[in-house]
Design a protein. Structure first.
Length: 259
């Protein structure tokens, strides 16, 4: 019950913060809107154009942008406010506290999916139907879980090594391409496919694209879900030692404070 209370409180706190953050509003609302509009204008006359693919791809791009920037700076914000040591010294595990806040990020980022559906259905007049709604209802929470796991991993890295944190912010568009958000990764160089297969965002986009467009049988879809869960859990496991390092610096070395 205490865990549930922490998750609820952390998510509520993060939602309140993101609602007034102009960068996050841009990443969830403005950027996916322009991506969807641009791609639809470019491809709408092609005979093989699938508006659902564009809607889902641009929505996933909004999800990823929000997770990337929020995850990278979520611990850094506590550091700038001078409260990181207090958070680190509180009874709940540090990883649980920031994982709870990132749940709020995932809930907030769902605005991207709603907005992009509106762009396609209202602005362009497309009939956007999910060809496999049951599969999509399974894929969506799994995709959100995958991106949440990536955010949990990014959070401690963003504060432990500040040069690395600046590098992480440029991963937005490379992951757009390697994740196959807007086009299949088969259009990318063959050597990059291995990188894509190791990324949870790729499997998240693959599951959402497959179920929204109805291009995959359930047997193949089960394999996609398995890969999605495997890469997500591996990412979550990788985050554990980094949080331990944050705690060690905060409690013993005292090297995380700005003063």
């Amino acid at each position: 019950m205490n865990v549930l209370r922490i998750l609820r409180s952390g998510a509520k706190l993060q939602l309140g913060h993101l609602a007034t953050d102009r960068l996050m509003l841009f990443g969830v609302i403005v950027q996916p809107f322009f991506i969807a509009v641009t791609v639809m204008f470019m491809l709408r006359h092609r005979p093989d154009f699938d508006p659902v693919y564009v809607v889902i791809g641009s929505a996933v791009s909004g999800l990823w942008s929000t997770v990337l920037f929020s995850g990278t700076w979520i611990i850094g914000s506590e550091r700038w406010l001078g409260t990181l040591e207090l958070v680190a010294g509180s009874p709940p595990p540090l990883m649980l506290i920031f994982a709870a806040r990132l749940l709020g990020t995932m809930a907030y980022s769902l605005l991207s999916l709603v907005l992009n559906y509106t762009v396609g259905a209202w602005l362009f007049g497309y009939e956007l139907g999910l060809r496999d709604p049951a599969g999509f209802l399974v894929s969506l929470p799994l995709a959100l879980f995958a991106l949440w796991c990536v955010g949990v991993l990014l959070a401690p890295i963003g504060v432990l090594w500040r040069p690395v944190a600046r590098f992480l912010t440029i991963l937005e568009y490379p992951v757009f391409m390697l994740g196959g958000f807007m086009f299949p990764i088969l259009l990318m160089p063959a050597w990059s496919n291995g990188i894509s297969y190791a990324l949870p965002p790729y499997w998240a986009a693959e599951a959402l694209h497959a179920t929204s467009s109805g291009t995959t049988q359930w047997a193949s879809l089960a394999a996609v879900w398995a890969a999605l869960l495997a890469t997500s859990l591996a990412t979550l496991a990788m985050a554990v030692p980094f949080y331990a390092l944050v705690l060690r610096r905060a409690r013993r070395a005292g090297t995380l404070a700005l003063t």
